[in-house]
Design a protein around this ligand. Structure first.
Ligand code: FES
Length: 106
């Protein structure tokens, strides 16, 4: 299992576990973490799974796809660390990853 730390805008931290290959969005939904909506079910077409990757983890992720980049252009308060969590799959390289959730998704 891969541990994922999700920190709400108000500072509340959620530590969830995901099987390898499961998206961080799905792991958040499965554990009822507020702030990740995942309206499109993970098909990279809603951007309601937006989160900011903690600076300590930014170089451990592969670059976003063109589709993800396009969707990220539409999020509120886009930052360099913005990612769509449905596009980040749990795996050994991400064990312990920290993501910060935006104040709101839309
Ligand atoms: S769940 Fe819709 S873009 Fe991630």
């Amino acid at each position: 299992m891969v541990k994922i730390h999700l920190i709400e805008h108000n500072g509340t931290r959620h530590v969830v576990e995901a099987e390898e290959g499961v998206s961080i969005m799905q792991a958040a939904i499965n554990n009822m973490v507020p702030g990740i909506l995942g309206d499109c079910g993970g098909s990279c077409s809603c951007a309601t799974c937006h989160a900011y990757v903690d600076a300590a983890w930014s170089d451990k992720l592969s670059a976003p796809s063109d589709d993800e980049e396009m969707m990220l252009d539409g999020v509120l308060e886009q930052k360099e660390s913005s990612r769509l969590t449905c596009q980040l799959l749990a795996g050994p390289m991400l064990d312990g990853i920290v993501l910060h959730l935006p104040e709101r998704q839309c």
